[in-house]
Design a protein around this ligand. Structure first.
Ligand code: AMP
Ligand code: MG
Length: 404
């Protein structure tokens, strides 16, 4: 069995098994967070016509060329155009049209002057300074031009993208189907969240963190529940759920103790073992296999260890299965906000926060780092990466961080 891979090697093996599913249409109203599976070209200009960005008067710039405080110029108001209406008259010499924000610019006008810079009555408007031709006119297509490629396949639909799709007149949009990830929690000590604690038992907490990370990147998740450390029960669950899932994630039982059955179970059901263990702390002790063509990732039961291994190895794969073309975690370098004294024979991941201190972006690593703890990831937006062989690092030293 292959073992001791680097995180990049392990991640790439899992990525190689992960493909986007088919496509489907969703209503634009419910498209936020989905991944586009079509290129979207603009069929029309946005805005569709030249329009006024403010309330004021549309006129010909040349008519007020000589306007000043001493020599104001008064024009005749020939019409009013509120938003949603269209002008019926052309602006001719010494005429102006009262125009409201969002209304189309009348023919003949090449300038809009805002109310506040004029004096006006129902029938006349006076200007006290000249204005440039084209001033305060938003040209058709300023935002998006007809024919332009606006959004492309593999792009995540964000709040901004939702509005663009709607602006292009698309009530529905084609997206990739969500991959379904099924979670199985193994461990005879586990009880469900709603059950009272009894001696020797703990609540199955880690699955809530793990599933939520994958939902955040676009997966649909199923909880298969808890099973005791029994090879028959574990294999039965995996066999019976594989057809309904695109990926299975298990927790617990992946080490070398007497009750760690995952490797044996996967071999018995005829899964292909991809590898066991990465050079990574925490979380390196996990198993990656393929069963009936589906990736099965068996993580440690320790909540932080499982989360770290999953973020580094499974999140990119799930993003890829979602059709997201930006599936790798974003990496950056950041300076340490404090000394980090632990030495790290293997690559070590420490959750933390990217914060601004004294005008500099710095990595504040979490002081809590127990593998079995739930809270080291609380409030974190990065995983700091301490390279193998480090004997400790000083405040101000640079480290790589994964943005999560
Ligand atoms: P294991 O990976 O089975 O060796 O478990 C490692 C540690 O994680 C043990 O202390 C378990 O009790 C604990 N653990 C296992 N599964 C979970 C879970 N779903 N939620 C929280 N802790 C767990
Ligand atoms: Mg166990």
């Amino acid at each position: 069995m292959e073992t001791g891979l680097t995180v990049e090697e392990g991640r790439d093996r899992i990525l190689a098994l992960s493909e986007a599913k088919g496509t489907e249409y969703v209503e634009t109203e419910f498209a936020n967070g989905r991944i586009l599976s079509e290129d979207i070209y603009a069929q029309e200009n946005i805005p569709p016509f030249d329009r006024s960005p403010l309330d004021g008067y549309a006129l010909r710039a040349r008519d007020i060329k000589g306007a000043s405080g001493e020599t104001p110029v008064t024009l005749k108001v020939i019409e009013e155009v509120p938003a949603g209406s269209v002008p019926t008259k052309e602006v001719t010499e010494m005429a102006a049209v009262k125009i409201l924000t969002g209304a189309p610019i009348p023919k003949g006008a090449d300038l809009v002057v805002k109310y506040e810079e004029t004096e006006f009555t129902e029938t006349e408007v006076t200007f006290f300074k000249p204005g440039k031709s084209g001033g305060n006119i938003v040209p058709a297509g300023e935002d998006i031009r007809a024919g332009q490629l606006v959004l492309s396949k593999g792009e995540r639909i964000t709040p901004a993208v939702c509005g663009i799709i709607a602006g292009l007149g698309r009530p529905k949009v084609q997206v990739y189907q969500k991959p379904v990830v099924a979670f199985l929690s193994t461990g005879s000590e586990l009880i469900s969240v709603g059950e009272p604690l009894s001696p020797g038992k703990i609540r199955n907490s880690s699955v809530y963190t793990l599933k939520s990370y994958l939902e955040d990147v676009g997966a649909e998740t199923i909880l298969l529940g808890n099973v005791v450390d029994d090879p028959e029960e574990i294999s039965e669950k995996i066999r019976s759920s594989v057809d309904g899932a695109d990926m299975i994630v298990t927790t617990g039982g992946v080490s070398v103790g007497d009750y760690d059955f995952l490797i044996r179970v996967m071999e018995q059901i005829g899964a292909e073992i991809l590898f066991w263990k990465e050079k990574l702390k925490p979380g390196g002790a996990f198993l990656a296999s393929v069963y009936k063509g589906k990736p099965v990732i068996s993580l440690s039961g320790n909540p932080s260890a499982a989360a770290v291994a999953m973020i580094l190895n499974v999140v990119p794969a799930v993003r890829k299965m979602c059709g997201n073309r930006e599936f790798l975690l974003k990496e950056a370098t950041a300076k340490l906000a404090e000394d980090y004294t632990k030495s790290s024979p293997n690559m070590r991941i420490v959750p933390g926060k990217l914060e601004i201190r004294e005008g500099q972006a710095v990595a504040v690593l979490s002081g809590h780092s127990g593998n079995g703890m739930l809270h080291p990831l609380h409030g974190c937006n990065i995983l700091g990466r301490i390279e193998a062989g480090s004997k400790g690092m000083k405040k101000g030293n640079s480290i790589s961080v994964y943005y999560i």
